[in-house]
Design a protein. Structure first.
Length: 510
């Protein structure tokens, strides 16, 4: 049987990797694997033929093993799939490099077997210690009814998690200390703020496979300003002690900018998001909202829903109108025209030029001309329509989806009462994902398209996982036998010019 995998080396703070086409590799207990380890230990700087990469490559469902020689930490790790309760989960086995060098290949075999017979499992660390209730004042944001833009964002974020799920599913890459957390966090934020370019250039690296790397720019620090909010990345944001730690970190940034304490903070940990409002006399803290769960590649998570709303609406923005210095009085039709005629990157820049421009930017669907979102199945799942049953609705306390009171038969709903939707009363689970959990839940599900109309004709906006059919050599022969859909790509999403992994095509509605 063919064994597939990839080699990673960590040496003097840098990551290198090597793999053969199709990922062929020797099994861990093979003599050549052992020779390779020995060779790399004896000549740790002989890495000329290796690819310099920003971080290690995670295990993928097409791979059997990922070998990691961490020279800096003095360990050899074998990342593999382990069966637990009927499902496969990524697991890493650590072997001390010094003892490995002094032994034979059988040492690796023994280590693997020893691990297989133990019941230990590296489930993501969830902080299950009993949390004291917070003494901060509660921040309750009224997110309001989702917009057409929010519906598309929910699809994009869900698709994005699906495309890059191997990085989140592997505990070796999805940790606070890994740059992967930073690179994906900025992507979540950019999607939530529609700070992206929709390009018609479909020459992109697809499919996203075991060798793909999320390669857009990201802030190197764990604290930065983004669209007027102070973003703080932290390992945990669920306890009062951790919120206090974030407040300490925020202090210099806030004083520097305004000279007084007044800011909106977005705290992001690998699994949660929390909003903090600072003013001179109070600290208001929201609940910690689930950002990533086992279902995040299938249903939009409550954390993403909240992020979309805070960036694209006024529900929690400080009123910037008093700071508006843009005295141009441009009629709205002209503003919309400008926003739709600009190049993608200029559109984003223009939207940040003034408070008025930002407002207009988020009331349309920037960069997709003449587009109307037809169904709101993700953000308004009661009837899938934004209007029609009135604007009076409730937000589910757990999943943050929005429903018309008329649709759920609760016209006399009191605004103080808390609503939990039927899905969440059932078995929807928003606890932190298990290793491999996102892939397990999403890999066999067909990805739903989003109903939109473009220039008056009804279409389905579909995620593309591979290149258009005419560019796929493997389909050339098959194409003579059976009809093959062209699967063209109309839009690719980019962050400052770099491909995000998201490509979409328009299909006629069946
Ligand atoms: Zn409804
Ligand atoms: Zn719900």
């Amino acid at each position: 049987m063919v064994c597939r995998g990839i080699w990673n080396v960590h040496f003097r703070g840098k990551w290198y990797r090597s793999y053969y086409p199709h990922g062929r590799i020797s099994p861990p207990d093979d003599e050549s694997t052992f020779r390779m380890i020995k060779q790399l230990c004896d000549h740790p700087d002989h890495l000329e033929k290796w690819e310099l990469v920003p971080f290690l490559s995670p295990i993928h469902s097409n791979l059997d093993y990922v070998y990691i020689i961490d020279q800096d930490a003095g360990v050899f790790l074998v990342s593999l799939w382990k069966e637990l309760n009927g499902s496969l989960r990524p697991t890493a086995i650590r072997i001390d490099l010094t003892s490995l060098r002094e032994s034979s290949r059988l040492f690796i075999k023994d280590s693997l077997e020893q691990h297989r017979s133990t019941s230990s499992d590296n489930i993501h660390q969830t902080n299950s210690d009993i949390r004291k209730p917070m003494t901060f004042r509660a921040l309750d944001i009224n997110f309001g009814i989702p917009t057409p833009l929010n519906e598309l964002q929910e699809r994009f974020l869900t698709d994005f998690v699906f495309v890059w799920r191997y990085y989140i599913d592997d505990p070796l890459t999805w940790t606070y200390s890994s740059p992967v957390f930073k690179v994906l966090s900025i992507a979540f934020l950019r999607l939530a703020a529609w700070d992206l370019e929709l390009s018609s250039d479909c020459e992109v690296e697809l499919p996203i496979n075991f060798a793909s790397i999320p390669s857009w720019n990201y802030p190197e620090t764990n604290i930065y300003w983004f669209h007027g909010f102070l973003i703080i990345l932290q390992e945990d944001i669920e306890s009062e002690a951790m919120i206090n730690r974030a407040l300490e970190k925020a202090k210099p940034y806030i004083h520097d900018l305004h000279g007084h304490r007044d800011a909106r903070l977005v705290l992001i940990s690998p699994y949660h998001v929390t909003f903090v409002e600072l003013s001179n006399d109070a600290v208001l803290v929201s609940e910690s909202i689930a950002l990533l769960t086992n279902h995040s590649a299938v249903h939009c998570s409550p954390g993403f829903r909240a992020l979309n709303r805070i960036f694209t609406s006024d529900c929690w923005k400080k009123s910037l109108s008093d700071r508006e210095r843009w005295r141009l009085n441009v009629p709205s039709e002209i503003l919309y025209k400008i926003l739709h005629e600009l190049e993608p990157r200029d559109t984003v820049a223009f939207s940040q030029a003034s408070f008025t421009a930002t407002q207009y930017y988020y009331t349309s669907i920037p960069q997709i001309k003449d587009t109307v979102v037809q169904s709101f199945n993700s953000s308004i799942p009661c009837c899938g329509k934004q209007r029609g049953s009135g604007d009076n609705g409730v937000r589910c306390l757990v999943c943050y989806s929005w429903r018309h009171v008329a649709c759920i038969g609760a016209e006399n709903w009191s605004s103080d009462a808390q609503y939990v939707c039927m899905d969440c009363q059932g078995n929807m689970n928003f606890s932190a994902p298990h290793p491999g959990g996102i892939n397990r839940v999403s890999c066999r599900k067909t990805r739903e398209g989003c109903h939109i109309s473009v220039g008056g004709s009804e279409k389905l906006l579909h995620l593309r996982l591979s290149k258009p059919s005419h560019l796929r050599r493997e389909l050339r022969f098959l194409g003579n036998l059976v009809p093959i859909a062209p699967s063209l790509i109309e839009y690719t999403i980019r962050f400052n010019g770099s491909f995000s992994g998201l490509a979409y095509g328009l299909e006629n509605k069946p």
